[in-house]
Design a binder for this molecule. Structure first.
Ligand code: SAM
Length: 227
């Protein structure tokens, strides 16, 4: 007899969160997990970045239409799926173990994304490691709340450099990061930020340019480009 296997979508550990994308009247359904690692829940920095993309599209409706977006450390996929619903061709990436939940969320929202002309796929991309994705050219790179442990600092900088290492690669990168209170997290951010500014042009996007309801003094939003 064939073994009965429970699909990820039937897993009782999962619970959905609805995220409205006001400018196109779509609501994303994003599954999170009750228990698991940091890649199983939506972090506030992801909401700030997703809503910033929406704000940009409000000001410039074709901001994301048809453009190639890469997301690093997607988690459950809020930022990438928002970009796809706003019309972008998005590759969401994370550690291999995070991909089943991201793919479930892509599948759950596929019809909405398709109706807006967008597209989303998920691939493994481990910071600091080689990947054929790093040979591709992206118009925009997005990453939310990815600086939270020491080994991430150099490996993430390496990946960002790889994404800009030929003359034709000129993505604009948007990064959000929650500023946490502990000394360890402050030092980690300071180390990352120093290396980021050594290698890239970095602008802080003021709160007044962000979404009126989704911005916070504790969450930094940066626009990063090639020097
Ligand atoms: C704090 S979570 C943020 C998730 C999502 N961006 C959000 O804001 O909701 C950090 C993410 O980075 C991913 N991550 C951590 N180390 C990684 C690595 N070395 N390579 C790729 N992804 C990594 C984790 O799996 C997780 O999804």
């Amino acid at each position: 007899m064939m073994a009965q296997r429970k699909s990820l979508a039937q897993n009782t550990d999962l619970f959905p969160r609805e995220i409205d994308i006001e400018i196109c009247l779509k609501t994303l359904k994003i599954y999170q997990k009750l228990e698991g690692d940091v890649n199983c829940v939506v972090w506030d920095a992801a909401l700030v970045l997703a809503k910033y993309l929406e704000t940009m599209c409000q000001n410039k409706p074709d901001f994301l239409s048809g453009i190639r977006v890469l997301e690093l450390g997607s988690g459950v996929g809020v930022v990438g799926l928002t970009a796809a619903t706003l019309g972008a061709q998005v590759t969401l990436t994370d550690l291999p173990e995070a991909l089943p939940l991201i793919r479930l969320n892509i599948n759950e929202n596929k019809a909405k994304i398709g109706s807006m002309g967008g597209y989303a796929i998920a691939e493994s991309l481990i910071w600091g490691e080689s990947s054929s994705l790093l040979d591709d050219e992206f118009d925009v790179v997005v990453l939310a709340d990815c600086v939270y442990y020491e080994e991430a600092v150099d490996s993430l900088i390496e990946t960002l450099k790889s994404l800009t290492n030929t003359s034709s690669k000129k993505p604009v990168m948007y990064l959000t990061q929650e500023m946490r209170d502990s000394d360890t997290q402050r030092e980690l951010w300071s180390s990352f930020y120093g290396k980021l500014t050594d290698n890239f042009n970095v602008d802080k996007i003021p709160e007044e340019e962000q979404h009126i309801n989704y911005r916070s003094a504790d969450i930094l939003l940066l626009r990063i480009s090639k020097k």
